[in-house]
Design a protein around this ligand. Sequence first.
Ligand code: ARG
Length: 561
Amino acid sequence: MDFKKHIASKIKAEGLSEQEIYELLAVPPDTAMGDFALPCFRLAKAWRKAPARIAEELAAAYPCDEIVCAANALNGYVNFKIDRAFWARQTLGRILAERERYGASEEGKGKTVCIDYSSVNIAKPFHIGHLSTTVLGSALYKLHKFLGYTPVGINHLGDYGTQFGKLICAYLRWGSKELLEQGGLRALNELYVRFHAEAEQDESLNDDARAYFKKIEDGDPQAVELFEMFNALTLKEVGRIYELLDVHFDSWAGESFYNDKMQPVIDELSAKGLLVESEGAKVVDLSAYDMPPCIILRSDGASLYATRDIAAAVYRKNTYDFYKCLYVVAYQQNLHFKQVFKVLELMGKDWAKDLVHVAYGMVSLEDGAMSTRKGKVVYLEDVIAKCIEKSLAIITEKNPSLENKEEIAKTVGVGAVIFGALYNNKIKDITFSYDKVLNFEGETSCYVQYTCARANSVLEKGGAAGELSVPQELAVQEFELVKKLAEFPEVLQSALEKYEPCFIARYLVDLAQLYNKFYFDCSILNAEPSVRAFRLSLTECVLLTLKNGLGILGIGVPAKM
Ligand code: ARG
């Protein structure tokens, strides 16, 4: 329920509309003062009175009811207190009725949102640098779905470019089917690394590579077959990781998908007088917008990454008629997306305003970053495997008799990797630390999962709570929990607006901390019957909300830990 709306509807303050009052109502820093506060400073001039006087008059005139139990003036503010029992009845009643749908909404109904995420490169390692785009994109996908939107997950595969010529060249010289069958993507990457090392000695390798790339483009059967083998190998391996992380896509249309879709776009650019020659290349001049030119065709006639993105945006608009199209891509590509969006705008696409670059920072391990070219790569699969292994060790130590340990360790380990990548504002660079993401007392998913297991066990011992009954007086710990629970839908809302799943992650840690405080301070199972029933309901609501939140982030919840 919207308490601000209720309060605003009952205040008569000449000079301020109900809407203005609604917008002025804020949450005071200290709950002890009140739950909502109306600052009266803006009225001082019109009323020719001191704000403190105005606050007193408004407070005295306010009609309290079963929802608002007090209105008090303090230092020019009117502080409103919501009836605790009412708040609890409302909140818990709603959660117990909506359950797995608590926090969900229909606000996105009829709106399609394309989300371009993960977008791995064929034949390149799936390394820790891909973690953020993959889990951020997937969380945004699930969040949009939960709020009623129709998300379309797109893996814009990097399956086009001269590197495939290099790979074929390297494969034919030093590789074999057996090598790739055994070594997979890693063996492929080693070939790539070797190519660069050898090409430093022998320039002619680069000419060879160019020739092979041309062969792929011309549809030469051998070249295409090899390229498709690299493709299949990559998709098989990344598919394994996506399955572990519970990440899905609706479209795998990669860069090469746009091979035959660029010409119409190039023609349109040319017809609109946007293409200019520059040193043999065809570019869109963006100097009026303080940007370097966007190169559309190289001097040898080849298209570029940007050309493909422009064609892809047009294709997506035509195919999905999106309400928004998000690109979850590292901030290193800020300029690229600014250029692409600007070119589309100059082409007169009014929907260019609906394209959003959701930029995020870098992830590195504690021992430093990595580089694909030189072969120092941290494979995401290794990071996940190590987290699962460490989880198993911790769980075994904490709870040796636990059944299904392997399964649980997987849920905990995978959750730790996801949560570790989602806990900070996305634009921040992060250093991934195993100890940090697996700290059971820290700001981690295992802490939240552990809290769920605790709540589960309370409910198991306590039995069904029965019909919701709320005592007239609430303990502070109980009320803090109720208030936090009530915030969940708003948290989802702002996470969506700002494209920040970290709001959800932080909220879950806060809620888990409040529950644990409540758990230690208030006895649940030994409380007198009516209080006991209420506390069991509260426990159930916390569990439902934690599960819903973790689910959106793509993290599972073991029943026991
Ligand atoms: N494959 C690219 C890379 O690894 C990311 C592609 C992002 N999506 C896009 N539409 N440009 O850098």
